[in-house]
Design a protein. Sequence first.
Length: 206
Amino acid sequence: MSEARAEILGRIRGALVDRPAAREVPWTYGRPVGTGDLDLVDRFVERVADYRATVERVGEACVGDAIALTSRGFERVVADAAVRTCWPDSARWMADDMLTTYDLDRVDAVVTTATVAVANTGTIILDHGAGQGRRALSLVPDVHVCVVRADQIVDDIPKAVAQLMDSGLHTRPLTWISGPSATSDIELDRVEGVHGPRTLHVIVVG
């Protein structure tokens, strides 16, 4: 330890010598957290909206209409075979035949499903299995439409991790998404779309 650091820490300890000892806060990782006065889905919807994402809740029969990218002028929409089979009329679909990064940057949107979602953080987790495609699909296109089912939502991160581990999915490359891609510079000016999709549209089913 450097002399300067030792001196600073010594002064801090000296200033705190007459203060009562800090009370130990008990904590058990993975204990139930809950979502307060809102249920799982309502809390998730609230948190996703806090991230400036678009979020809507629909019934099973209305998912295709909620996607409806063709009617919004989206001409090139990429998705894997599972998504295209489930909602064949919702977009002018493109298959991901190992599209290059350059090709993906030119598509209008990507549509995926999800694996787990976290209510208290508004986080969506993709394991890139059926319905989600490879990681590049959710990272390069400027618009990401993600279909999340209500029974995939858990209250907090420990439960999501436990679920991934129980299913063996924790060994796969995972993508954790909390709102549209955003960053800020030293002036705290928010910039969206630098490291991923600028627009995130979440459709909650159920």
